[in-house]
Ligand binder design. Structure first.
Ligand code: KIV
Ligand code: ZN
Length: 520
């Protein structure tokens, strides 16, 4: 049997650091469940000390998601590590991941410490983490720009202190495959106790080489790869999980290794992450892009029809790509509908299936063909609305807008807030702006609109339009999402959805801070 490469997924931590990609607790748990189905070995669920929300999300993932190791990130500080422990301890397989920068530029300019001090801090952090859990990972931040002899000293010391995984990040995406491979080979040769730890790599994609660098490292002895779904992450992102895994699967001749990933779950996971983060996948993205399996040129189509492998190095089915063929129509029954939802990974309860089915029927009246992507959006909204028992302060009862090239865009809206009816009209520079300013006036709420994103779920003018709105108030950001064949209605619903979430967030107590304070 070939050696196994450990797939460490950091979509919920580094991936969530992508600009504009904040996820709430329910969304994080939903993604974590799907990552477990996908078969990742480790889920880095967040950075617990960074915010009460992150602490709660890591705790919830640790409590609810079984199978993978659940890991939390912490700086090399006892307070961070303690907080991280309080979040991951709910898992049957907890890991603490602690890090400190080791490159000259970070040590001198950012940390302003001597190199000896850095080693002492790293060793203390690892020993402390080890007193709490047996599975401890240590990262040399900016490893790719760190002096190699010094890094070997750091690694020897942290492995002696108890680190079971040592991670070599290319934090700024500066390296190239030749250089990065050599770094791993050097570590294997010059760290005397390296056999006691797994070598991990964590590559950023600033120069587009994150996947290539990770694979070069695997060839030189790295046995854990840190990556994210769709390659999302800080700046240009991280190494993409699907590209790493499919390289290993398709090119067994170059990479005689295996992973625990169920590749047929890749496409579904990619869609879920894209839907929940609002980060669209570019059409030509390797493995999961909309064009990945589309053969446009006549000569290619002809070849594929005669023999698929002429132009296809992997099948769409191998990554669970279902294409856009029509799946259900107006006359499909509840049973077929429910089966399809289960195949798509949505296990809704009876009430949820009823609501989803009613929405499906309403959509089927407007839109002839219903695709998997439409169903995923409908079901995703039900999961969103029901999973955290959220209170819906405002509901939209009526909206009418007018717009055109020679009229002032206006919106007339009726909202319900408990027993109260809020009715009014207003204008704006377009129908969406008119609707949003009217909602603000009716509710007396004026959060900052930090993101508005609209896209078509499938193709055609009758397609569902999905809108994602992020609102910010008092340092909290809430994301709302909705879909409709009428994009103005979807826009208003998404805004109200975000507003309701903001209300809930502002009402909620900072439980994480409590948890940290009550630590023994
Ligand atoms: O890029 C990086 O260096 C990191 C570490 C915290 C692992 O994300
Ligand atoms: Zn990173």
């Amino acid at each position: 049997m070939s050696e196994r490469i450990i797939i460490f997924d950091t979509t919920l931590r580094d991936g969530e650091q992508s600009p504009g990609a904040s996820l709430n607790l329910v969304e994080k748990v939903e993604i974590a469940h799907q990552l477990a189905v996908l078969g990742v070995d480790v889920i880095e669920a967040g950075f617990p000390i960074s915010s009460p929300g992150d602490f709660e999300a890591v705790s919830a993932v640790a409590r609810e998601v079984e199978g993978p190791i659940i890991c939390g990130l912490s700086r090399a500080r006892r307070q961070d590590i303690e907080c991280c422990y309080q979040a991951v301890r709910h898992s049957r397989r907890p890991r603490i991941h602690t890090f400190i920068a080791t490159s000259d530029i970070h040590v001198e300019k950012k940390l302003r410490k001597s190199k000896e001090e850095i080693i002492a801090i790293a060793v203390d952090a690892v020993k402390f983490a080890k007193s709490l859990v047996s599975d401890v990972e240590f990262s040399c931040e900016d490893a790719a720009r760190t002096n190699l002899d010094y890094m070997c000293e750091v690694l020897r010391a942290v492995i002696d202190a108890g680190a079971t995984t040592v991670n070599i990040p290319d934090t700024v995406g500066y390296s190239n495959p030749w250089e990065f491979g050599r770094i791993i080979a050097h570590i294997r040769q010059h760290v005397p106790n390296i056999e006691r730890a797994v070598i991990s790599v964590h590559c950023h994609n600033d120069l587009g080489l994150a996947v290539a660098n990770s694979l070069a490292a695997v060839r030189e002895g790295a046995r854990q790869v840190e990556c994210t779904i769709n390659g999302i992450g800080e700046r240009a992102g991280n190494a993409s999980l699907e590209e790493i895994v499919m390289n290993l699967a398709v090119r067994q001749d170059s990479f005689p290794f295996h992973t625990g990933i169920k590749t047929q779950e890749i496409y579904r996971t990619s869609r879920m992450v894209s839907r929940l983060t609002g980060l669209l996948v570019q059409a030509n993205k390797a493995v999961v892009g909309g064009n990945s399996f589309a053969h446009e040129a006549g000569i290619h189509q002809d070849g594929v029809l005669k023999e698929r492998t002429t132009y296809e190095i992997m099948t769409p089915e191998s990554v669970g790509w279902t294409g856009t063929s029509m799946v259900l129509g107006k006359h499909s029954g509840r049973h077929a509908f429910r089966d399809r939802l289960i195949q798509l990974g949505f296990n809704l309860d009876e009430a949820g299936v009823d609501t989803a089915f009613a929405r499906f029927k309403a959509l089927a009246d407007k839109k002839k063909e219903i695709f998997d992507d439409d169903l995923a959006v409908i079901a995703g909204e039900i999961v969103d609305q029901t999973a955290d028992g959220r209170k819906e302060t405002y509901t939209l009862e009526y909206i009418h807008t007018t717009s055109g090239n020679s009229t002032v865009p206006t919106a007339t809206i009726r909202l319900r807030k408990g027993e109260e009816e809020l009715v009014g009209a207003g204008n704006g520079d377009g129908p969406v702006d008119a609707a949003y300013s009217t909602i603000r006036r009716l509710t007396g709420r004026c959060p900052k609109l930090v993101d508005y994103h609209i896209h078509s779920v499938t193709s055609g003018t009758d397609a569902l339009g999905e809108v994602r709105v992020a609102l910010e108030e008092d340092g909290k950001t809430a994301v709302g999402r909705s879909s409709s064949t009428d994009v103005i209605v979807a826009s208003a619903l998404a805004y109200i959805n975000a507003l309701n979430r903001l209300e809930n967030m502002l009402e909620r107590k900072p439980e994480a801070a409590e948890a940290v304070r009550s630590t023994p």
